[in-house]
Structures are given as structure tokens and as C-alpha cells.
Design a protein around this ligand. Structure first.
Ligand code: GDP
Length: 187
């Protein structure tokens, strides 16, 4: 992968630096392997790796090859709550997903060994309703045999109706396929 660098954090999307750079959001529950994905993509530790689940609620912007911004949305969509209980963070993210014209799509990461949950469905449906592109990255693929991860990818694609990729940040595979799809079809 070419150059990936941290741009800045912002508490709201409308405080991003000016410009027309296409944006791609990335989400995944805590421990899904999101930081590892970003670090693997960058080939350096630019995102934190678990241990201290981030209390800091900021959108983190990473520039990918000066082609698009990868925007990390920490902890979005993963606390069970009713509609009325949604906090400021959720409202801000939804404002981003609905109103940011430069946002093209969402990369949703999930541990390949986990079951698809209500949280993921809600986020996926929300993004689909906004006309955003979606790709699902099934992380930690190295934990399963090749035949198991292949069948899991097929199962998920059938179930969700969106492109799914198995990947491993540990072994560095699958990540380029996702970024390749984004570059070819989204921006
Ligand atoms: P985050 O909370 O979503 O940012 O997840 P992290 O990137 O911090 O990863 C959570 C845990 O999963 C850490 O212990 C990582 O080392 C581990 N992990 C992340 N990606 C992989 C992977 O591709 N393979 C394996 N085996 N472990 C991984």
C-alpha cells in the first residue's frame, strides 16, 4: 500500500479540513481489529491497539495515498440503547453519515468468528438507506482454516447482500482487496 498518514482528529465532521477529498468511514465494535487494520494498511502504528477502550470520542482522519480519507468512528453503533437514549455522539455520527457529501461509503469490520448482530444490522441498514456503499471486512481470518473462512465469506455475502472479504492484519492479507474495491468502485 502507498502512503497512509494520520491527518487529524475532529469532534464533528463539519470541522474537517476544507477540501473535496472523498471519504470512507470505518466502523467496528471494540476488539474487532479496527486499529490493527489501520496499522497494517499504514504499515506502522498510527492507530491505537486495544487494551484501553478509547473514551475519547473523536473522528480520526487518515489519508490513504492522497486518494481518500479513511475516517475512523470509534465506538459508533455498539451500545444497546433505544432511539431516545442515543447520545450526542450517535447523533453527531448520524449527521455525518446523512449530510457529508464527500462520504462515499462504509467499511464495517467484524471478527470472522462472531455472529452477525443487531448492532451491525442497524448500522448497515442506516448506511444503505443513505445510499452509501458498504463492504464488510471479516477480521482475524488467520484464526480459521482456509476452507472455513471461505465458506464464512460466502455465507455472509448471501445473508447481507454486500461484498464481504476475509482478512488478516496479523498475516497481512485481504486488506488490499478491500481498499482495491474502494479505489475502483467508490471514489
Ligand atoms: P480494535 O479494538 O477494534 O481496534 O481491535 P484491535 O486492532 O486492537 O485488535 C483486538 C485484538 O485482536 C488484539 O489483541 C489484536 O492483536 C487482535 N487482532 C487484530 N487483528 C488480528 C488478526 O488479523 N489476526 C489475529 N490473530 N489477531 C488479530
Amino acid at each position: 500500500m502507498g502512503r497512509v498518514r494520520f491527518v487529524q482528529s475532529a469532534s464533528r465532521w463539519d470541522q474537517f479540513p476544507d477540501g473535496k477529498m472523498p471519504q470512507v468511514a470505518i466502523a467496528g465494535r471494540s476488539n474487532s481489529g479496527k486499529s490493527s487494520f489501520i496499522n497494517c494498511l499504514a504499515n506502522q502504528k498510527i492507530a491505537k491497539v486495544s487494551g484501553t477502550p478509547g473514551k475519547t470520542r473523536l473522528l480520526n482522519i487518515f489519508d490513504v495515498e492522497q486518494r481518500f480519507w479513511l475516517v475512523d468512528m470509534p465506538g459508533y453503533g455498539y451500545a444497546a440503547r433505544s432511539h431516545s437514549e442515543r447520545g450526542d455522539w450517535e447523533k453527531m455520527i448520524e449527521d455525518y453519515l446523512v449530510n457529508c457529501e464527500n462520504l462515499k461509503g462504509l467499511i464495517l469490520l467484524m471478527d470472522i468468528r462472531r455472529k452477525w448482530s443487531e448492532d451491525e444490522s442497524v448500522l448497515l441498514d442506516f448506511c444503505a438507506a443513505q445510499g452509501l456503499k458498504i463492504v464488510v471486512g471479516l477480521t482475524k481470518g488467520d484464526k480459521l482454516s482456509r476452507s472455513k473462512w471461505k465458506s464464512q465469506v460466502l455465507l455472509m455475502e448471501k445473508e447481507l447482500g454486500v461484498p464481504c472479504f476475509a482478512l488478516s492484519s496479523l498475516k497481512n492479507w485481504g486488506i488490499r482487496d478491500i481498499i482495491g474495491l474502494v479505489l475502483r468502485e467508490w471514489i
